[in-house]
Design a protein around this ligand. Sequence first.
Ligand SMILES: C[S@@+](CC[C@H](N)C(=O)[O-])C[C@H]1O[C@@H](n2cnc3c(N)ncnc32)[C@H](O)[C@@H]1O
Length: 344
Amino acid sequence: MDEQIIRSTDNDALSCRYSLTLNTYITDPYLPHILTGFQKFLKYETTAPRRALGALTKPKLPVINRGSFIRIRSIDIIIKRFIDQFKESSKDGIRILNLGAGSDTRAFDILTLNKEKVEVIEVDFPDSVKFKKATILDNQFLSNVIGYPFDNEAHRSDEKFYHGLDHTELKTERYRLVPMDLRETDKLKSFLSELSVKPTLIISECMLCYLNTLESEALLTTLHENIKQGVLAIYDPLGGEGGFGHVMIDNLRLRNLPLTTLLEFNTLKKYHTRLQSIGFNKVEIDHMYNILNHWLPQDEIRRISRIEFLDEIEELKLLLEHYCLSLSTWGITFDHGLRFNDSV
Ligand SMILES: C[S@@+](CC[C@H](N)C(=O)[O-])C[C@H]1O[C@@H](n2cnc3c(N)ncnc32)[C@H](O)[C@@H]1O
């Protein structure tokens, strides 16, 4: 699959997050800073900057907002519970490893709330990393959050600044932004082998689906074999057994994104089996409609229902049943207390 097209899916993720803040579903003090950087540097990255920029702030339908909200909230819940359980009990602290992090702002929030014992590593394609790196280095607030010295001198000309940046890792004591194509298993293996052993939460939020079956199998196996104490949270689309999955595939094909695994691991059961066959022996999974109803307190569900009118409840259910969240745990016991589908 074309790397540039896969990378551009992050613009969708950013615009969905932006739409959530605009509609008060979530607050995200880091997002305006990321958005400013993206708006500034996108013109050096794409052949159609006007269209890409317009899409970043395009309003989203209520059903899309609800879907994005539960996606973001559920991963936030997992991160919080992981930090709450392991931060103090692990003498060497913990690590959050975000695969295909794109423009995600969570790292900034995690580092702000946890001044010590929590390390965050974000991985994405080298060009995406350069993009985020430019955004961080150009922004005093974000640089401060990650603990990188802010250099005023570097900002006289945006274009000069951007083109002068290389694709190397951005690294501070508690944060790493790592350029890597996750399909390059040998590189990933050598990267992981240099990390110390500590409880590690790996996040794959809408990333694994861009790999084909063999690539995703290689990635999952490498994670399983090279991380000793891990919890892997994967959020992915799920093709399902009806026509919906085929419509999803057709729409994505129009964008040159042929997501073949969507139909191969199209049910919770098959997705579960896929993970177990890699060697993850504790796997929990559910689709996002159940997660919306089981994980959020009633007052929060009421709050988001009041934000904007949604009469397509059946449409929301259909949509959310076509996305799943799985948690695979090995080498540690994660007492998250969250309800998953026990019939899988
Ligand atoms: C849909 S975006 C999701 C971004 C972020 N995880 C979120 O949910 O907000 C997918 C991200 O995965 C990254 N990605 C996909 N395949 C990758 C690969 N082989 N190596 C590194 N990053 C990859 C893309 O560049 C993009 O940033």
